[in-house]
Structures are given as C-alpha cells and as structure tokens.
Design a binder for this molecule. Structure first.
Ligand SMILES: NC(=O)c1ccc[n+]([C@@H]2O[C@H](COP(=O)([O-])OP(=O)(O)OC[C@H]3O[C@@H](n4cnc5c(N)ncnc54)[C@H](OP(=O)(O)O)[C@@H]3O)[C@@H](O)[C@H]2O)c1
Length: 322
C-alpha cells in the first residue's frame, strides 16, 4: 500500500510503498479518509513524546477518519507501531473505533478531535465534581486547542471564559466565540497583572494550560494575588501542553493560600475508557456544527508539504485521500 513513511526522527515523511498491515484479534483493517497532523503526532514521530519511543521506519498518525469494509465512516485511533494512520490501510482497534454521526465532515472530525478533547475531558471531569464551571481561564487560547476550549467552555455552561495569548489574530478569533481576551506580552509580571485584572474577583473553577513555562508562572502569580484569596472557589489547574517551556516554578504560597489542584491531562493521565465514553458526544458537536473547527487539507501523497505546513499554528492540517 501507499503510506506516509518516516525513516528517521526529525526528517519529513515520504509518500512511499509500505507492507500492508495484517488484521489481528480485536482489530479491523479500514481505509484511509482523513487524518490531522497534531502536535502529538509530530512529537511521537520524532521520538520526543513521553508516551512512547519511536523505531524507524514508521507510519505517523495517531487517529483518523476511515471507511470500514462495510462502507461505514468511523473515527479510529491507530494500531500498534509501526502502523500509524497516514496510510491507505489502517489497523483500527475495536475498542477505539466510533461511528461518525450523519452529516459529519470527515476533515473537521480529523482536525478537531485531538485539540477539542484536550479541554473537553478535563472540563467534563470538573463539571462532574463541581456541578458548574463558573469561570474558565484558558492559557494559549490563540491555538487550535485554545480556540476549541473557548467554544467547549461555553457549550458546557461556563459563565465567563477568560483566554490569554500573545497572537492578536488568535485573540480576536477567540473573542468572536465569547472569550474575554487577555494579551500576553512575554513579561511575567505584566502578564500576571493582565490575567489578574481580567479575572477580577472571579476565581476560575478550572484553568486549561496549553503553554506552561513563563505563562503558567504568570498565571500562578495572578491566582495567588490578594483579590483571589477572598474567593474560596476550588481551582483545578489542568496542565495540557508545554509550548512555552517544559518547566514552570510553582510558588509555595500559591499552594498554601488557596484551594488548588495542579494535574496533567493527556495520554496516560486520562483513562482510555473515559476517552471512549466522552468521544461520541464530542463527535456529535463537531458533526452538527456546534463547534467550529478550522482546517486546511493536503492530499496524502503531498505529506511532505503538509508536514511542513503543520509546523505553524494555523488551521489544523488534515491529510485527505488523493
Ligand atoms: N494533553 C493533551 O491531551 C493535548 C491535546 C491537544 C493538544 N495538546 C498540546 O497543547 C498545546 C497547544 O496545542 P494546539 O493544538 O493549540 O497548537 P497550535 O494550534 O499550534 O497553537 C499553539 C498556540 O500556542 C501559542 N504559543 C506558543 N508558545 C507560546 C508562548 N510562549 N506564549 C504564549 N503563547 C504561545 C501559539 O502562539 P503563536 O501563534 O503566537 O506562536 C499558538 O497560538 C501543544 O503543546 C499540544 O501538544 C495537548
């Protein structure tokens, strides 16, 4: 079969021949329709992701929209390496294959599930134990995950959504879906004041952090500010991405001065069973247009150009059938 093949870390995938995958128990081989190139796809392929090492050659791609032998469109995760989803034939595990709702655009689903579920899962969990999201703070609202997080927060009934980012076009896009934008300067003290002043006396019930690094440190300072300590809302701080740096210093005073729990959300810290439980509802939201998912498409055979385009944070790059 034809596939996007990566021969070494930090190279670009090449459209080439690769041995057909063989179905094994608990899997079905399905046909490629569309697959997004997400940050996690790139870092797993380069052997930089915490979830697994990489042995080459491999086919990248962690999920896709595919067509079964019976002709049904499904969303599926990938099978065991080296078989990722950027290939004419995909090994689809039975436990992670979901029918696409009628009317769903395969490209939007391929683009939206990874960045959308990044916030949907921690917000659903928070809603389950707090009963309401009240105020949501998003760090990195300018990216795809942040933009979808703003929409998800509104859909889940947040009364206020405050979103911080450094990119003015991304802030304007978030504002158009009901997010109160906070412009980040890169200076920690200035950014802490900007976040604190946007929140006012509303302590967020959940923080969705796609950036970490100095932006997280600015948020920690804002959350520890005196105005906040008058509010006894319990804050869940969800660490989701780290584009701003792998480390952030947590001030001890923050942990003592307010009820706050800092925990990661991602592969490994969210149970597969929970993802499987929540995914069908999220597919419906993409299918019926409740969530706007920007994407740009490239044919699978043009994977080199698609891979290069996916390095910037524009609309999500989606590979489609030639
Ligand atoms: N754990 C999970 O389940 C999960 C799921 C999805 C995504 N993620 C992670 O979440 C992160 C964001 O993903 P995405 O899909 O939103 O990516 P994206 O669409 O490429 O957007 C990234 C955004 O982050 C901004 N950014 C980067 N460095 C920044 C900094 N130092 N300060 C402020 N903003 C900064 C970028 O701003 P500019 O445009 O100005 O560069 C861009 O708007 C990635 O690390 C990704 O791996 C995690």
């Amino acid at each position: 079969m034809k596939a996007a093949v990566l021969y070494s870390a930090d190279s670009v995938p090449v459209y080439a021949d690769f041995a057909d995958p063989q179905p094994s128990e608990g899997t079905e081989v399905v046909g490629f329709v569309a697959a997004g190139i997400h940050h996690v796809t790139r870092s797993v392929a380069a052997g930089r992701h915490y979830s697994r090492g990489a042995e080459f050659p491999l086919i990248p791609g962690l999920n896709a929209v595919a067509r079964t032998a019976a002709g049904d469109l499904v969303f599926t995760s990938s099978g065991p390496p080296p078989y990722g989803t950027f290939a004419e034939r995909i090994v689809s595990p039975d436990a992670m294959r979901f029918p696409l709702p009628g009317g769903a655009r395969p490209e939007a689903v391929a683009a939206g599930v990874n960045p959308g579920m990044a916030s949907w899962l921690p917000m659903r969990a928070r809603l389950a134990d707090a009963g309401s999201l009240r105020t949501v703070l998003i760090l990195g609202v300018t990216g795809m995950s942040g933009y979808l997080a703003g929409q998800n927060a509104r859909l889940l009934g947040a009364t206020r959504v405050v979103g911080a980012g450094r990119n003015e076009a991304g802030l304007a896009r978030a504002a158009a879906v009901g997010v109160e934008p906070v412009s980040l300067s890169g200076d920690r003290e200035t950014d802490a004041s900007a976040i604190a002043s946007a929140l006012g006396e509303d302590t967020p019930a959940i923080v969705l952090d796609f950036v970490w690094g100095h932006v997280a440190e600015a948020a920690f300072a804002a959350l520890a500010s005196p105005g906040m300590s008058r509010d006894d809302t319990d804050t869940r701080y969800a660490q989701i991405g780290a584009l701003g740096g792998a480390h952030a210093a947590v001030p001890s005073a923050l942990l003592r001065s307010r009820k706050i729990t800092i925990a990661g959300s991602g592969a490994g810290s969210v149970a597969q069973a929970e993802i499987a439980r929540q995914l069908p509802a999220y597919l419906e939201l993409i299918a019926d247009g409740s969530v706007d998912v920007p994407f740009r498409t490239f044919p699978l055979s043009d994977v080199g150009a698609a891979w290069a385009a996916s390095a910037d944070s524009g609309p999500r790059v989606v590979l489609v059938r030639d």
